[in-house]
Design a protein around this ligand. Structure first.
Ligand code: ADP
Length: 501
């Protein structure tokens, strides 16, 4: 068994890994940037090393520095979490060269899964269904149009080295495709350092279903059911659940077989996810391998009772998986809401600042994975995910009720978060009926409905405030209205007052 693990990450995922290490009697080493001096992972780990300035490239993504700290601290392994260097081939190679166990798949697997085009071809070869699309990077608009004409409109322009939904753009016709090529290339360059993009047939309003696998170094492989991640915004996940309302035992087994074939074809080891999209007619198409622990892994943990991080560590230590496929049971249902420090009513601009009030929800089946605390200042430099709220119920309806309560109870003051948006999603009747797709937030006008509701409530509160003020003072005068939820103040004019009296 590994004895000491350097956790090459920050935020909630660093805490998640440190906690697993503690449970397993493994020492943990935290690393942190100048912007994270007051972060919880620094306090919770057994040791902590400052590794550089705030900019991620100079700290959390400085692979040489990480290796140096791992050696200096006597760690025998590195857990990369997700994001940063989690799927970086060069980093995994450096770990291997320096006799440090990389808690994840091998560098050769990462090389293959990180190149989406190569990965698509591999899947095609082993009979895992892929969507029609180009087999090579398209450099020019003309090349892109050629491929699109062959596969049929609409198409997606996708980064060949993508991840996290960034750099994906849709085009419904030639004009849109020509317009979108250059921005897509630039976006890919900014996000992944390479301009390469390819064309893939776009499925309209699909559902995103992914299979969680555990694969050890001895050829054993099990699946832990699926997660549905169809609630997205601009190709990025907002809310995930397990199981998916459209899956039953038979379908799950069939998709799991495809996922296992996909994982075998890239010699996958560790915890990993095979992502599919489905078009509503029962067809599932491979989209990518996520060669890491995923943000949404807790929903699988809640329904299966399997601790994915501990399993990852055991596999990385060379142990065999002791859970048999027949032992895996999907119990009840779990939902995860991503809590991002963003303003959902202002184009999701990142919200930075100090958390001046913090009250996490509780009760049966509730899990909160976060590194927030009162007084913590959310830095500007990193991903906006600041927490994950997970609710488990004996069935989907119970999970929904618990999540609604938990979202109502969750107080994070001082910054804007996606909590109001998540409430809006949970209230939607189609959501409750499981009628979802990746267009759900837009098609159901979730954001617009929340804004309307807020405006209505604000007006009702104003009327009430005027009545109360009028009954207290009687005589008309301008009244200050303090908003409990918006943190603002408004002055009510004398005419409203008079109308009320
Ligand atoms: P990334 O690697 O950037 O995360 P993915 O290939 O995993 O990109 O896709 C992210 C999301 O984009 C998917 O969850 C899905 O919503 C959407 N998507 C991807 N490919 C297609 C497609 N061919 N048709 C429709 N939607 C797609």
């Amino acid at each position: 068994m590994l004895e000491k693990i350097l956790v090459a990450n920050r935020g909630e995922i660093a805490l998640r890994v440190i906690r697993a290490c503690k449970e397993m009697g493994i020492e943990s080493v935290a690393i942190y940037s100048e912007a994270d001096v007051t972060s919880l992972h620094v306090r919770y780990a057994d040791e902590a090393y400052m590794i550089g300035p705030a900019a991620a490239e100079k700290s959390y993504m400085d692979s040489d520095k990480l290796i140096e700290v791992a050696k200096e601290s006597g760690a025998d392994a590195i857990h990369p979490g997700y994001g940063f260097l989690a799927e970086n081939v060069g980093f995994a190679e450096k770990c291997e060269k320096n006799n440090l166990v990389f808690v994840g798949p091998s560098s050769s697997t990462l090389r293959l899964t990180g190149d989406k085009l190569k990965c698509r071809l591999t899947m095609k070869r082993v009979g895992v269904p892929i969507l029609p699309g180009g087999e090579e990077i398209v450099e020019s608009e003309d090349e892109a149009v050629d491929v699109a004409e062959k596969v049929g409109w609409p198409v997606l322009v996708k980064s060949a080295f993508g991840g996290g939904g960034r750099g994906i753009r849709m085009a419904s016709n030639e004009r849109e495709l020509r317009e979108t090529m250059r921005p897509a290339q630039l976006e890919a360059q900014a996000a992944y350092g390479k301009t390469g993009v390819y064309i893939e047939k776009c499925i309209v309003s699909p559902r995103h279903i992914e299979l969680q696998l555990l694969c050890d170094q001895h050829g054993n492989m099990i699946h832990l059911g699926e997660r549905e991640c169809s609630i997205q915004r601009r190709f990025q996940k907002l809310l995930e659940m397990s199981p998916s309302p459209i899956m039953d035992g038979e379908r799950r087994a069939a998709v799991a077989d495809m996922a296992k074939a996909a994982a075998r074809s890239v010699e996958y080891t560790s915890a990993g996810t095979i992502e599919f999209i489905t078009d509503g007619t029962g067809n599932f198409y491979f989209i990518e391998v996520n060669s890491r622990l995923q943000v949404e892994h807790p929903v699988t943990e809640m329904v299966t009772g399997v601790d994915l991080v501990k399993q990852q560590i055991r596999i990385a230590s060379g142990e065999e998986i002791t859970i048999r496929q027949d032992d895996v049971e999907i119990r009840g249902a779990a939902i995860e809401c991503r809590i991002n420090a963003e303003d959902p009513f202002n184009d999701f601009v990142p919200s930075i600042g100090t958390v001046d009030e913090y009250h996490p929800p509780g009760g049966p089946g509730i899990r909160v994975d976060t590194a927030l605390y009162r007084g913590y200042t959310v830095p500007v430099h990193y991903d906006s995910l600041v927490g994950k709220l997970v609710a488990w119920g004996s069935d989907f309806n119970e999970a929904v009720s618990r999540m609604r309560n938990a979202l109502d109870e969750f107080v994070i003051g001082g910054i804007k978060t996606t909590i109001p948006l998540q409430k809006g999603i949970l209230e939607d009747e189609h959501f409750v009926q499981g009628k979802i797709s990746t267009d759900f937030v837009r098609n159901r006008r979730v954001i617009e409905k929340i804004i309307q509701k807020q405006a209505y409530e604000m007006k009702a509160n104003e009327e009430l405030a005027v009545l109360v003020a009028a009954s207290v003072w009687g005589t008309p005068k301008p009244t200050r209205l303090l908003s409990a939820t918006q943190g603002g103040q408004r002055t009510l004019g004398i005419s409203r007052w008079k109308a009320a009296v």
